[in-house]
Write a protein of this length. Sequence first.
Length: 314
Amino acid sequence: MSSCSPQSPLVSRERYGLERIGRARVGVGYHVHVDGTLAFVTHNHGASIVDVSNPARPNELAEIETTEASFGIFAHKGLAFVLDPGRGMLIVCIDDPEHPIVVGSCNAGWAASSVVVEGTTAYVSDREQGLRVVDVSDPTRPIVINDAYGRYRGEDITISGDTAYLACSSNGVHVIDISDPTMPRRIGRIGGGATGVAVQDAILVVTQGGGGVRVYDVSTPRSPRLLRQFFDGDEALATCFAGTYIAVADNMGGVELLSLDPSGELVEVAQYETGSATHDVYCVGEYIYLADSGHGLLVLRASQEDLVESDPPA
C-alpha cells in the first residue's frame, strides 16, 4: 500500500469498477488479514488459511479450530496470532500453511477483538479488558506484560511507530504512547464511539458504526485534527487503506471506496454490495479482500482503467 498525506492527496475524477473475482466458503467471516500469498480469515468456528497466490481462485489450505467464533488474527514472520475466546491468544506456526501447529497461548481476554504484532510485542484489543500487551519474544511462552486499559470496550487497534490507536465502541479512539510497551501511556483521545481504525503515514481513519467515517491528521499524535467526515446512513464497521483511497466495510452496505474529490470533500467513488453483512476489509494492490457473513472470504478487483489520478487541485 502506498503512502497518503494531507499535503498530497490523489484525486479520483471517475468511479472505480469493482469486480468480484474469487470466493472461499469458510463460514461466517469476521476478520481478514493478508500476508504475502496467504489470507487469514476468522469465522464462526475458527480461522482459515487460504492460498491467494491466484486471487481469482482462493484455496483453503487448513483450518485452525477455536472453542468459539474468532474475531481477530494477525500473521507475522511465520506465525499466526489467533484470538480464541476459550483459550486466549493462540500462537500458531505456519511455516507449513497446510499443517499449522499451535506452539503457544496466553490469556488475552475472552472478548478479544483485534490483534497486531510489532517486533516481539502483540497488542490485543478486548471488548471487556480494553488493551493487553503481550511479550511474544518466545512464541512458546507468551507473557502478558500490561493490561492498563481494562475499563474500555476495545474494538480494534492499529499502530504507527511508537503510537497505538485503540478504537473503543463507547469511548472513542485512545492515542497511546507505546515507546515502552510495559508502560503504555495515553497521550490523546478522539471522542465518540469507534468500531475500526487504520493509519497510514500521518492519516488516521476512524469508522463509527452508524456515525460514518472520519479522517484525521495525526502528524501530532497527541492532537488529532479532523480533516473530513463521510456519512451515508450505512454502518461503517472496519477500514483500511487502498493505496491513497480508503476502503470501508459497511455491514449490509458491502464495501465502499472513498476519496477526496477536486473540492476536497470525502466522497464515495465505488461500492460493492455483497447481499450480506461485510465485517472486515483488507487491501493489497488492486485486490480487495472481504470477510463476509454470507460468503466467507470474497475477493474483489478494482478496475484500473476507471482510476484517474492527478495532482490535487490548486
